[in-house]
Design a protein around this ligand. Sequence first.
Ligand code: 13P
Length: 250
Amino acid sequence: MRNKIVAGNWKMNCDLPMTQDLISKIKRELPGTLDCELMIAPSHPFLYAAFNGSLDTPIEVVAQNVSQHEKGAYTGEVSIDMLQSVGVKSVIIGHSERRDEFHETDHDLAAKTKAAIDKGMRVIFCCGEHLEQRQGGSHFTTVTAQIEKGLFHLSNKELKQVVLAYEPVWAIGTGETASPQQAQEMHAHLRSFIADKYGDKVAQQLSILYGGSVKPDNAVEIFAQPDVDGGLVGGASLDASSFIAIAKSF
Ligand code: 13P
């Protein structure tokens, strides 16, 4: 059985009062039991407050990014040790916004991933194609190249600390979702690509999340696909009721 996960990527949207308010609302909406792990990714300055606000709940607080460097003269960066010192155990790496807006390369992402894994973190590693790549039919090769360059330096054991998130860039924040069939097709492709390198057992244990305009009204159908193990949710995670409704969609 693979872990089912619903993770809310809050991106750069919530200041401290909003972070605290959203966590309170999520806690109020939490059902007695959930069939998935629940994660939220607030902005760096509020991780500690979020961690404290989520104690004694099933909510895991994760970071949106981390430096590959251990410490030192890296102005503006946040290290793995710093994240761990405020209770963070998982980090999102390779989001398309980091790749596109901040020019993070496959090489950077491979280094970040290895550094985080070496310190015992779980990594939610993102991949996904742009619209032109899908229209041109290169979506499979684009995404597998991102995986190969970002993850294939990891050992079998290290890969167990990875969760994959497939986020087609054309579906992020656009309201346009990949169809459940498109999501399933890519997830199955990724799983078999992982199986070729790491073996079937590792591939079958790997959780692969879908991200891109996941909403309460499309989550049930997307999560019902056999290779979709949950969602990485942007916009809809900023509303507690929508986020919990998505988490209840398994
Ligand atoms: P939206 O759910 O707003 O499309 O964002 C998806 C995303 O980028 C999550 O990381």
